[in-house]
Design a protein around this ligand. Structure first.
Ligand SMILES: Nc1nc2c(c(=O)[nH]1)N=C([C@H](O)[C@H](O)COP(=O)(O)OP(=O)(O)OP(=O)(O)O)CN2
Ligand SMILES: [Zn+2]
Length: 149
């Protein structure tokens, strides 16, 4: 069985060497969809019986590992030295430094790496993270999967 939970957040970014608009500082209303695979828990009396994982728990883990850190942050490539230096001049600014340029593809891959160890199989139902889909706009998204993360 597959289940998916969607969360949304706002963040700024730029793609420093982009040939067009995206090298300018701008932001997106991002969406992240987390797909988990596992067996449905069948244990009478448990609050999560009939579920792969309670959607609220999926959300809490996603918030703790990714969304709370990225929401209203500027997602900056560590190697984008001009931008990193500028952001450092803003007192208390919420900046997240990344080891890769913040494209949808890289953000999906980074989020997959952060989330994968957090979704543990605690009930013996073979729970595992299957896919992270990261929407940069409603029309553009990237999928990081276990095979292609
Ligand atoms: N493969 C990728 N291509 C692009 C990415 C990306 O992450 N992966 N990112 C961008 C820019 O960040 C840009 O903000 C999005 O660009 P664009 O396609 O121009 O989006 P629009 O806002 O114009 O979307 P419309 O639906 O066309 O209004 C660029 N490319
Ligand atoms: Zn963009």
């Amino acid at each position: 069985m597959l289940i998916t939970r969607r969360l949304e957040f706002d963040a700024g970014h730029r793609i420093p060497d982009h040939r067009s608009q995206c090298r300018h500082l701008h932001g997106h209303r991002y969406a992240i969809e987390i797909t988990l695979a596992g067996e449905v828990i069948e244990a009478a009396g448990r609050p999560d019986t009939g579920m792969v994982m309670d959607f609220s728990e999926v959300k809490e883990i996603a918030r703790r590992c990714v969304v709370d850190a990225w929401d209203h942050a500027f997602l900056a490539y560590r190697g984008d030295t001009a931008l990193v230096a500028f952001l450092a001049t803003l007192p208390g600014h919420k900046t997240v430094l990344l080891d890769a340029v913040p494209t949808a593809e890289n953000l999906a891959r980074i989020a997959f790496g952060l989330l994968d160890p957090a979704y543990q199989d605690t009930f013996g139902n073979h729970l595992r993270l299957e896919r992270v889909r990261l929407y940069e706009t409603p029309n553009c998204w990237a999928d990081a999967t276990r095979a292609r993360a």
